[in-house]
Every structure is written in structure tokens, then in C-alpha cells.
Ligand binder design. Structure first.
Ligand code: PLP
Length: 270
């Protein structure tokens, strides 16, 4: 195990990690996974209570998923989707369309690239509609949408953003409905409605130059699991329709059952 730790210190740039900290707190040297458990090279088991940053929904080494991957590897491991298609991508896209009620599925490589794609699709839509001036983006204060340059522009967490500020495009942040920020005696619902009024005040003035409003539905994860009332999403949907602005639901952290419904926006009945 010690050998692996010294090799990782020498060779691997660990993300979201101050490399100096690795000297005092070495990373876990993981040998294998088993459902919710991680097992290190010395055989010690750890409960992966954060699902490896909420990615691993179905457990490590899930036998059904592993069997499907192994089966697919024997047929074709990868082929580009530009100019080619295949049964698994069509079947998955059909299922996603049914689940989401949306149209075609576009595939990205991770959460940040999904954000980039959504922002670009929105701006591209307005360009095709001959309204190129609608290319601005609005997001919530304390929101997180990834750390590539476009995604970081709509992220609002200084820890991730401040260093790269000179590289980023200007975007606008409106008040977050984070229920913890409600005034004494104010309900989460009342506070959410007040924040929705602030969104409307912004859109009244700026819809003409706004392509989209991007939100983390129900829970702002990276800022500290800030929960808010679903009425905010319902109002945001109405306002985005009224002012002709796209609503982008960033379900990267909350989608696929993590808040009890398949997608978090379902809890706002939108
Ligand atoms: C809401 C949200 N959007 C985007 C991302 C970025 O995802 P990735 O780390 O896969 O780029 C995350 C990551 O946690 C997230 O929580």
C-alpha cells in the first residue's frame, strides 16, 4: 500500500485536492469495490457513503451492469456517433426520451460538458431564431454547474471560480431560494416566492439579451446541500415561458431518483 501511495504522490494529480495535503492525509489505496463498500489494498472496508461524489448510484461492481459492459465489449467497444449509430445508443435514447418527456438525447462525457452543451444549444437556438443578442445566462447565487470555462461562468462558488475569473464570461446571479436564508418567521415557500419575484424583476429588464436560466433543481449540492421549496421551480418555469428564456434543469447531482422522483423537477410538476 505504501508503495502505491508514494507512486500516486509522484505521478497523479488528484482533483479538488491541495497536493501538499496528500503528505499528511494520504488517499485511500482502493483495490476493489463491492456494492456500497470500497476495499483497500490491505483488505480494510469503507462504506462509500458519498457514492464517490454521488456518481455511483447502483453500487460498485454491480453484477448486472458489469455483465452488460462485458457483453458489449465483445461486440464493439466504441464507435463515433458522427456518421454511425448502434442499437444501445438508440435504445438508451428512446428510454431517456420516455423518462424525461424531452426529445433527442445528446451525449457528453461528464457533468461539466453537459452544462456546456446545454448553454451552447440554448444560444444556438436563439441564433437560429435570428435573435443572436439573446446569448446571456442567468444562474442562482451559490450555484454549481461544473468547472470547465463555460460551466464555471454560471457557477457561483468563489472557491472554484475566483482564480479563473479573468477567463470567464460575465453571467448574472439571482437570489437563491435556499430555505436557510429565509427571514425569521418566513416559510420556505414564502421565501421561494420572494426569490422568484427577484428572478422576474431581472427578466423584465433583461429577457431580450438572455438565452437561458440554469438551476440545480431542489438542491444546490456543492454549496452545502442547500434545499429549497419546489414552488420556486414552478414559478421559474412560468417566468421562463412568459419571458421567452430557456430553463435549463441541471439534474447532474439530483437526477435519476436521488430526490425520490426520477428527476427533481417532477416535484414541481413541470
Ligand atoms: C449540479 C452539478 N452540475 C455539474 C456538475 C459537474 O459534473 P462533473 O464533475 O461530472 O463535470 C456537478 C458535479 O458535482 C454538479 O453537482
Amino acid at each position: 500500500m505504501d508503495d502505491l501511495i508514494s507512486r500516486t504522490r509522484a505521478a497523479v494529480w488528484h482533483p479538488c485536492t491541495q497536493m501538499k495535503a496528500l503528505e499528511a492525509t494520504p488517499p485511500l489505496a482502493i483495490a476493489r469495490g463491492d456494492g456500497p463498500w470500497l476495499v483497500d489494498t490491505g483488505g480494510r472496508r469503507y462504506l462509500d457513503a458519498i457514492s464517490s461524489w454521488w456518481v455511483n448510484l447502483f453500487g460498485h461492481c454491480n453484477p448486472r451492469i458489469n455483465a452488460a459492459i462485458i457483453d458489449q465489449l465483445g461486440k464493439i467497444e466504441h464507435v463515433m456517433l458522427a456518421g454511425a449509430t448502434h442499437e444501445p445508443v438508440v435504445a438508451l435514447s428512446e428510454r431517456l426520451a420516455k423518462l424525461s418527456g424531452l426529445g433527442h438525447a445528446f451525449y457528453g462525457s461528464d457533468g461539466a460538458s453537459a452544462t456546456e452543451i446545454a448553454l451552447k444549444m440554448s444560444a444556438h437556438f436563439w441564433r437560429n431564431a435570428r435573435q443572436e443578442e439573446k446569448n446571456g445566462f442567468v444562474s442562482l447565487r451559490n450555484g454549481y454547474h461544473g468547472e470547465t470555462v463555460g460551466a464555471l461562468s454560471v457557477t457561483d462558488i468563489p472557491l472554484f471560480k475566483a482564480t479563473y475569473a479573468p477567463l470567464l464570461r460575465h453571467t448574472v446571479q439571482v437570489p437563491t431560494p435556499d430555505a436557510r436564508l429565509a427571514e425569521a418567521g418566513e416559510t420556505a415557500e414564502g421565501f421561494a416566492l420572494r426569490c422568484a419575484d427577484a428572478l422576474e424583476a431581472h427578466l423584465v429588464e433583461h429577457a431580450a439579451e438572455t438565452a437561458a436560466f440554469i438551476v440545480e433543481p431542489l438542491v444546490q449540492g456543492a454549496t452545502g446541500m442547500a434545499m429549497y421549496h419546489p414552488i420556486y421551480l414552478k414559478r421559474a418555469r412560468e417566468l421562463c415561458t412568459k419571458y421567452r428564456v430557456h430553463l435549463i434543469a441541471d439534474e447532474i447531482a439530483v437526477g435519476f431518483g436521488r430526490t425520490g422522483t426520477m428527476f427533481a423537477i417532477e416535484q414541481a410538476a413541470i
